[in-house]
Ligand binder design. Sequence first.
Ligand SMILES: [Zn+2]
Length: 493
Amino acid sequence: MKPFHIFNSLTRAVEPFMPLDTSPTPTATFYSCGPTVYLPQHLGNMRAYVFVDTLRRALEFNGYTVRHVMNITDVGHMTSDEDAGEDKIEKTARAEGKSPLEVANFYIAQFKRDCAALNIALPIDAVPDAVAHPPQSALCRATDNIPAMIGVIEQIAAHGYAYTTPSGVYFDVEKWRGPSGMGRLSRQSLSEQHAGQRLEHSADKRSPHDFALWVLNQPHHMMQWDFPGIGRGYPGWHIECSAMSMRYLGETIDIHSGGLDHIPVHHENEIAQSESATGHQFVRYFVHNAFLTGMAGAKISKSAGRFPVLDDLVEEKIHPLAFRLLCLGAKYRSELAFSIDAVRAAEKNLNYLNEFVRCLQPRVIANAHDAAWAGAYEERFHEAMNNDLNTPQALAVALELVAAAYRQNDHRIWHTLRIFDMVLGLDLEGRIKEIAKGVFPPRINRLMTEREKARAAKDFKRSDELRAEIELSGYEVKDTKAGMVVMPKRVAP
Ligand SMILES: [Zn+2]
């Protein structure tokens, strides 16, 4: 196995990835903070899920079996992010006159649809009431995991890091970290972490930094559950990730992903909760993606105050995968500036790849081996992906491979390109399926068959006539080592 390197926010260094499982066919456990389902996911959110999907694909490319869990926050994420304000789902529910479940279901469906359009493979839906929970991949909802959360809160309390007041069960941050303790992940003191945030210092919290594990006595809250011995209420936002990660993947996991904004509070709190409950390390590699910028000024936004969503691109007749390619064109740890022009530029590269694949002949595809020269590109691609997920570099290698195929008039690179695409996720395989269905009009198909017969019979005069006829219909004809290649007249990359 080639070493896969990834930037670990815990050590702030690019490190070789070494999973807990040291068997020859290792499994990697991967937890991703998922969507809060009260609004459509904007393109900045979707960039994070493209990153998550690419990381999972890269791990699989390297031979790991990935157990991937993503949560869906359908309760407990408050409008201030700081356990204060209204529940985000319930706020939308009241505004739209729906139940919280209806709101969540609606936006989950939309999220899944957008993921599918971006070729993001989500884990399968968790079975809510399954009794046995061996480690597995799952897309799981917070509201299906309340007993697991209660279990973790009880463990934290048993170790002395939680206390109960009339307003809820709180995590005792200062006891865990000490009065001036630095956060392991953010390397910030508590006051630095919460700088700029208006902390609600409810009278019964020991410190303004303490956060809610379980909220009590909020009769207006629609979603409530019984916490035996504590009382009726609902969980805080952070506890759901600790509980679901442990429930599905075990007490220590290999990789945990999220946005950079999760570092100071959400992930610090997850570490505190999980490690105080179990007494050992929660996550071995924390990975964080940077933001998509420039969205506020994006003209595409139909109404002020809303970030662009995937539907906006579709309305502009831009293929959703152009957005995926835009994301791949930047390193996940760098900010990426969004603009319609940038997505359109990415779409040109997408079209360039699509056109190449669409015009491959069945015999090139059926050929078991690619041209020997393609091997060097695969080496470079693998190296780029394993170097902290250097997708811009990997994408450049894929484009260079196609350009080289055109230059050398040797199109025997499908298998190499297909391997690249298993990581890049641009659905080039979909173009191959179109070939199987026959993308050429019947007349062109007939001319192609006739020309192949003429060439086989060494009737070059007839072959040239047929070439001219095909070209007149807007196609290019090339005779390559792998046979005749016909493609629509292509746009320069
Ligand atoms: Zn989370």
